[in-house]
Design a protein around this ligand. Structure first.
Ligand code: GTP
Length: 622
C-alpha cells in the first residue's frame, strides 16, 4: 500500500499553524554512507514520532530501490516535537539525497532550512561530498552544526576528526558534537543544540502566500504530493493556489504535515513545512524550486529562481524483444509522472530497432531508471553506450546539438565543444602523484590544491564530463586503494578535438556501436570494439571484416573467419540426443539473430558489447 494512502484523514486535524518562534527547519548533510538516514531514524525515535516497535530501518527511504541500495533518492520532510525548557518546539527535518546526480534536490532542500547538521563519519573524516554540501549550505546562509557520527565504531578517531572539522568551518573542536546514530548516544543533545542554534523562520504572516516547493513525488493513489516550505502568508485547505512559474491554478484538496505519516492540518503558516495535494497527475506541473502562491491573492515576486534539471548523460534504451516497444513507451510515460528530470524521445536504430533516446542527470540516475523500468514493467532492455551532449559548429555556421553519435554531422566541422565539470578530489597526500597521472590521462587541468591536514589533500580539477561519468570514480578508487572521494559540478563547456568512430561489419555501419571520442582515444576504442566483436559474433559462411573507421578512414580491423554452418560437423556418429539438442539450440539461436547487412549478429553480442562493467551505483557506494 502506498504510504500516503494510509494518511489518517479522520484523525483530529492539527492546529492551523505553529508560531514561527517555535519552529526550527534543518537538514542533515553528509558524504554518502556517513549515516544520515540512520541518524534521521534515530531522531524519529528520540522525539517519539515513531514508536520503537514500529521502527524499521531507513524509515524515510520509502522506495524499494532506495531501501535495497541503502541510498536516499527523494528527499522527505518530517515534523518532530522536541521540548526544551518546558516549551515544545517543532523540528522540521528535511532529509536530502547524498549523490552528486541529485545535487539540485539537495540545494532546494537547503533553501527550505535555516540550519544544517553537517555529519561526518568519525572513522573516515571529511570527504568530497562533505565539502560540496557544506559549500552549498554556506551559500544558503545556513547555520552549520558540526557533528561526528559513528563514535561507537572501534576505528573512530573523534579527536582527530573533530579538529579537522573545526578547522574547516572555523570553530572550536569542543563545539563538534559526537553522536552515534546506531546506539543513539548524543542524539538528544544534538536535538537540544538544533533548538538552541538554528534560527527560527522569519516571514510576513499578512503578506500574500509564498511557499517554496522543495520536493514533489508521484503517488499512485493520490497523484502528486508536493512538499513545501511556507515563507510568507499561509495556505489553507480548499483554497485555490497558483504556481508562479506557469500561473497554473489548482484546488488544494489536502494540506498537512508528515509526522512521520501524512496528517492533514487546517493549514500551514509562516516557516512551516508540509505537503499539498492538488490532484495534479504529473510532477512536472509541480516543479521543485517553483513558488506556490494563493490564486485569489497572488504574490508578485517568486522565491529565488529555479531551473529545470538538465540531463547530462544520454543513452538509447531498446527493448530486447522488439514487440515490447509499446510497453517501454508506457513505462517511460509512467515513470515521468514521478521523475521531473527524465526526458526522452523516440529513436530508431538499424541494429536495435525502435527505442528511445533518454537523458539522465548522471550514471546513477541512468541505472535507477533502467532498473525501475525493468522491475516495474517486466521489460528486458539494452542501453547503448552513454554519451554527453556535444555542440558541433560547421564551417557554414550551423550549430548542431549532438546527443547521439548518429546525429554527428558529416559536413566540414569548424569546432566541437563538450561539457566540463569542476571537480574536487580528497585523498591521503601519498596518492597525489597517482591522482595527477589519472587526471592527466582524462584530459584534466589542475586548478588548485590545499592540505586539510598534513596527510590529507584537496585537489581541484577541471575535467571533461565525458571522461568522468563512466568509469572515473572506479579508476580513482583503485589507484588510491579506495581512500579518495570525488565530487563534481557542471562548469560550462570547452572546445575539444573529438571524432566519431564507426564500427562496420562487412562494410555496413552498426549504428549502435558508433561513439564520439577524443581523437587520441579513437584508436583504442576502435581496437577494443573490433576485438570484442570478433569474439562475440559467431563465424558465418563467409568471411566478415570488423572495422573501426573515422569517416572513410579505417583505423582498426579484425576478421571473423568463415566456417561451414553444419553444426553437427564435429559431432561424429553416436549420440542422437546430443545432435538433436544442437539442432534445437541452433533453431533457438536463429530467432535471436539480428541481421546487419548480410551478417547474423546474435542479440547477446549486442548486449555484451554494449555492457559496461559494474554499476555506477555500486561504485558510488564504495
Ligand atoms: N557503527 C555505526 N554504524 C552506523 C552509524 N550510523 C550509520 N551507520 C551505518 O553506516 C551505513 C550507512 O548509513 P546510512 O544511514 O544508510 O547512510 P546515509 O548517509 O544515509 O547514506 P545515503 O542515504 O546513501 O547518503 C549503514 O550501514 C549504517 O548501518 C553509527 O552511528 N554507528
Amino acid at each position: 500500500m502506498s504510504p500516503l494512502a494510509r494518511s489518517k484523514t479522520d484523525s483530529v486535524p492539527q492546529p492551523a499553524s505553529t508560531p514561527p518562534e517555535l519552529i526550527r527547519n534543518f537538514c542533515i548533510i553528509a558524504h554518502i554512507d556517513h549515516g544520515k538516514s540512520t541518524l534521521a531514524d534515530r531522531m524519529l525515535q528520540e522525539t517519539g514520532v515513531v514508536e520503537q516497535r514500529l521502527m524499521r530501518a531507513q524509515y524515510l527511504d520509502r522506495m524499494d530501490i532506495e531501501r535495497e541500495r541503502g541510498i536516499t533518492i527523494k528527499s522527505q520532510a518530517v515534523r518532530m516535537p522536541w521540548a526544551v525548557d518546558g516549551s515544545t518546539h517543532i523540528l522540521n527535518m528535511i532529509d536530502t539525497p547524498g549523490h552528486v546526480d541529485f545535487t539540485y534536490e539537495v540545494s532546494r532542500s537547503l533553501a527550505a532550512c535555516e540550519g544544517a547538521v553537517l555529519l561526518v563519519d568519525a572513522a573516515q573524516g571529511i570527504e568530497a561530498q562533505t565539502l560540496a554540501n557544506l559549500y552549498l549550505a554556506m551559500e544558503n546562509d545556513l547555520v552549520i552544526i558540526p557533528v561526528l557520527n559513528k563514535i561507537d565504531l572501534p576505528a573512530a578517531q573523534p579527536e582527530k576528526y573533530a579538529e579537522e572539522l573545526a578547522g574547516l568551518i572555523g570553530c572550536d573542536p569542543a563545539e563538534v558534537l559526537q553522536v552515534s546514530g546506531k546506539t543513539g548516544a548524543g542524539v538528544p543533545e544534538l536535538l537540544d543544540r538544533i533548538v538552541e542554534l538554528v534560527p527560527h523562520p522569519v516571514g510576513d504572516a499578512d503578506a500574500p502566500a509564498r511557499a517554496m516547493i522543495f520536493d514533489s513525488v508521484y503517488d499512485t493513489y493520490r497523484g502528486v504530493v508536493t512538499y513545501v516550505r511556507v515563507v510568507d502568508g499561509g495556505l489553507s485547505p480548499r483554497e485555490k493556489i497558483a504556481m508562479m512559474s506557469t500561473k497554473a491554478t489548482h484546488e488544494l484538496l489536502e494540506i498537512g504535515v508528515i509526522s512521520p505519516e501524512p496528517v492533514p492540518s487546517q493549514g500551514l503558516g509562516v516557516g512551516e513545512v508540509g505537503y499539498l495535494i492538488t490532484g495534479v497527475k504529473d510532477v512536472r506541473q509541480s516543479k521543485v524550486g517553483d513558488t506556490v502562491t494563493g490564486a485569489g491573492r497572488m504574490a508578485t515576486k517568486a522565491l529565488g529562481g529555479y531551473h529545470d534539471p538538465r540531463p547530462m548523460v544520454f543513452s538509447g534504451l531498446y527493448p530486447i524483444d522488439g514487440s515490447d516497444y509499446p510497453l517501454l513507451r508506457d513505462a517511460l510515460d509512467r515513470l515521468k509522472l514521478n521523475d521531473a528530470a527524465l526526458v526522452y524521445e523516440p529513436e530508431t536504430s538499424a541494429a536495435l530497432g525502435f527505442g528511445f533516446r533518454v537523458g539522465f542527470l548522471g550514471m546513477l540516475h541512468l541505472e535507477i531508471v533502467r532498473e525501475r523500468l525493468e522491475r516495474e514493467s517486466g521489460l528486458d532492455l539494452i542501453s547503448t553506450l552513454p554519451n554527453v551532449e556535444y555542440e558541433v559548429r560547421l564551417d557554414d555556421g550551423t550549430v548542431v546539438e549532438v546527443t547521439n553519435p548518429s546525429e554527428f554531422p558529416s559536413g566540414r566541422i569548424a569546432s566541437i565543444t563538450e561539457p566540463v565539470v569542476r571537480s574536487t578530489i580528497l585523498a591521503p597526500s601519498e596518492y597525489i602523484g597517482a591522482i595527477m597521472e589519472l587526471c592527466q590521462t582524462r584530459r584534466g587541468t589542475l586548478k588548485g590544491m590545499d592540505y586539510l591536514s598534513p596527510e590529507r589533500v584537496e585537489m581541484r580539477y577541471t575535467l571533461p564530463l565525458a571522461e568522468i561519468v563512466f568509469d572515473f570514480f572506479d579508476a580513482l578508487k583503485s589507484r588510491t586503494k579506495g581512500y579518495a572521494s570525488f565530487d563534481y559540478e557542471p562548469d560550462g563547456s570547452q572546445e575539444a578535438d573529438l571524432v566519431k568512430v564507426d564500427i562496420l561489419l562487412q562494410g555496413d555501419t552498426v549504428d549502435a556501436f558508433s561513439a564520439i571520442v577524443h581523437r587520441d582515444k579513437a584508436y583504442a576504442y576502435g581496437v577494443q570494439m573490433a576485438t570484442k566483436l570478433k569474439e562475440l559474433i559467431p563465424r558465418q559462411q563467409f568471411e566478415v571484416p570488423v572495422q573501426a573507421a573515422i569517416g572513410a578512414r579505417v583505423i582498426a580491423r579484425e576478421t571473423i573467419r568463415a566456417i561451414r554452418k553444419d553444426v553437427l560437423a564435429k559431432c561424429y556418429g553416436g549420440d542422437i540426443s546430443r545432435k538433436r539438442k544442437l539442432l534445437e539450440k541452433q533453431k533457438e539461436g536463429k530467432k535471436r539473430m539480428k541481421m546487419v547487412g548480410s551478417v547474423e549478429v546474435p542479440q547477446e553480442a549486442f548486449i555484451a558489447a554494449l555492457s559496461q562493467d559494474g554499476g555506477a551505483a555500486e561504485k558510488a557506494k564504495k
